[in-house]
Ligand binder design. Structure first.
Ligand SMILES: NC(=O)CCC(=O)C(=O)O
Length: 264
């Protein structure tokens, strides 16, 4: 089992309500990422990359059962032997539209999915989207990982539960806007430090109506140190992580052994 992984974050601009343009943008960024001399092991996309927050038209735009997205990402991950955490998309199901991540391994097999469980009222998610009801868990090269989406990082119980169930790395696709950059950085850093895990967060750039998304995608190590952080422009960010650091940080400060869950 290898403990070293090279991560690529596709910090992309998303055209609201234009899945075709977004598929085209994603394709060109994916092709660029796999053409790198240090080809990534895992590629991560932002939240709702197929439609953006086109919530008033989301029933028409959402991908039915995610079939188009899944077929496309599965074929790409197999062709290029790369894991893909396919951000999230608007996924049409029989009982509503969900904000859903799919994950694929190097053979193009689906290895996990997660539908956002905390809907963000400030962006009207609860009016148009249905909330998921299960954890996002998967294995990457034999390492347990977790998935959350954007607003979920405000709920420390969720990442703690994923960590208690074995997660050593956490993927966080997002569409997190100004003016809350301080919250974004602080919450991601806190989730990394308190759970002694890698946090891999991919945010979008650009504007949607009056809302401006700041990028600043980040990879944090289990000490909470920043390995890479984007600026506000569209970019592909790369980070090399070594999962053996999780065990050594947890051995040095044994937070998980020292917990007193009977008291709180
Ligand atoms: N898309 C989201 O969940 C945005 C969350 C956000 O901006 C926040 O402040 O929380």
């Amino acid at each position: 089992m290898t403990s070293s992984l090279r991560i690529a974050l596709l910090q992309m601009h998303i055209e609201v309500g234009q899945p075709e343009a977004n598929f085209a943008k994603l394709t060109s960024m994916l092709e660029e990422a796999v053409a790198e001399p240090g080809k990534p092991d895992v590629i991560v996309f932002p939240e709702m990359w197929n439609t953006g927050y086109a919530l008033t038209e989301i029933n028409e735009l959402a991908d039915p059962e995610g079939e188009r997205t899944k077929a496309y990402i599965s074929a790409f991950s197999k062709k290029h032997a790369v894991h893909i955490i396919a951000g999230s998309i608007a996924e049409q199901k029989a009982d509503g539209v969900y904000n859903t991540i799919y994950a694929f391994d190097r053979e193009g097999r689906e290895i996990g999915d997660y539908s956002k469980i905390h809907l963000f009222r400030l962006m009207d998610e609860e009016k148009y989207l249905a909330a998921g009801d299960k954890l996002g868990q998967l294995q990457i090269e034999g390492h347990q990982a977790g998935m959350m989406i954007c607003y979920d990082i405000r709920f420390p119980e969720l990442s703690r539960k994923l960590a208690l169930e074995g997660a050593k790395l956490l993927f966080v696709p997002a569409e997190w806007p100004h003016p809350r950059l301080h919250h974004w950085r602080t919450l991601l850093t806190a989730r990394a430090i308190e759970n002694q895990m890698y946090v891999i967060a991919c945010n979008r750039t650009g504007t949607s109506g009056d809302t401006s998304f700041f990028g600043h995608s980040m990879v944090l190590d289990p000490w909470g140190e920043t390995i890479v952080e984007g600026g506000e422009e569209e970019a592909i960010l790369y980070a090399d992580i070594d999962l053996s650091l999780v065990d050594s940080v947890r051995a040095k400060i044994p937070v998980f052994e020292d917990r007193r869950p009977k008291l709180y």
